[in-house]
Design a protein around this ligand. Structure first.
Ligand code: CA
Ligand code: ZN
Length: 301
């Protein structure tokens, strides 16, 4: 059975303090309906910076309580389907993103979705890559704004978080308290201008709870392989931790030594940048399914 959480159930932070809007069991499917990251406040290409309430951004829909999730477990979230509305928006401006020091005007763009492409302008069409920017569970301590990523997930802005991917999160609280939002019709690695093609959507996921294993930071798995997603003050730190997590996984689950696991990653692993524009930066360390299979690692958990 599929249950629906409509987008009026939105929050601006992830925290164990927020009352769940729905309780589900492992195996249940849930459709999350989401606003775009601006709470749909950009209504035309003339929308001005001052007309946007910047305290009302990055809403996530939820949280949903998963019945058997307990602290120390892993919550697996399989993304079954991302359905986009027909129009997205982008924005950039002074002091926003990588180019903000050279941009003097706040600028927004409406981007229509047609024939599986995002119409950037009359000349350029971008292939769609529907993906989820904000996705996670209640963090260990306190509240973390939905604009910030971390070990609980949050605003990881990672292009691999797309149809048919599975996300794994550490569970810090009873019920995990999962929420998601900030869907993009397309986004480039880095999200350099501070937004992807921001778009309201419906996202259907299936939950399962994994007992007897734990992780420190989110993992994304797709048909091609797996990646650790790590968010830190700097990209350097994020890269280092993502690589260490992957080395540790390989050492624990195969017969490789620390040295061999390191050399294998150096030869066949990919360090990739997810985003450089949020309060913490997110990097990932990816390894292919083929290499994992050769190491005898067939199932992650
Ligand atoms: Ca985002
Ligand atoms: Zn976004």
């Amino acid at each position: 059975m599929k249950q629906i959480v409509n987008r009026e159930h939105y929050i601006y932070g992830m925290s164990a303090q927020y009352k769940p809007v729905l309780s589900v069991e492992s195996g249940d499917h849930v459709e999350f309906q989401t606003y775009d990251c601006f709470l749909n406040q950009i209504t035309s290409s003339n929308t001005e910076y001052s007309s946007i309430d910047w305290s009302q951004i990055n809403p996530a829909t939820g949280p949903v309580y998963i019945e058997d999730a307990e602290p120390g477990d892993i919550l697996a979230v399989h993304i079954k389907k991302i359905e986009l509305e027909e129009k997205g928006v982008m924005a950039t401006g002074p002091n926003l993103g990588v180019m903000g020091h050279r941009i003097s005007e706040f600028s927004v763009k409406e981007i229509y979705i047609k024939d599986n492409q995002a119409i950037f302008n009359e000349q350029v069409r971008i292939p769609l890559n529907p993906m989820i920017g904000v996705i996670g569970v209640a963090p260990k301590e306190g509240e973390i704004s939905c604009g910030t990523p971390g070990d609980h997930g949050g605003n990881m802005d990672t292009i691999l978080i797309t149809d048919d991917a599975t996300l794994y999160f550490p569970v810090f609280h009873q019920g995990a308290l999962f929420s998601l939002g900030d869907v993009h019709a397309a986004m480039g690695d880095g999200e350099v201008g501070v937004s992807g093609v921001e778009i309201p959507a419906k996202v259907t996921v299936a939950f399962s709870v994994i007992k007897g294993s734990s992780i420190r930071t989110p993992i994304v798995k797709n048909k091609e392989g797996i990646a650790y997603l790590v968010s830190k003050e700097t990209l350097d730190e994020a890269v280092n931790v993502a690589v260490e997590e992957m080395v540790d996984l390989i050492c624990e689950r195969s017969t490789l030594s620390l040295e061999d696991a390191t050399m294998l990653l150096s030869a066949a692993g990919q360090v990739q940048v997810s985003q450089v524009v949020d309060p913490l930066k997110t990097a990932r360390c990816f390894i292919s399914k083929d290499i994992l299979t050769q190491l005898g690692i067939h199932e992650l958990f």
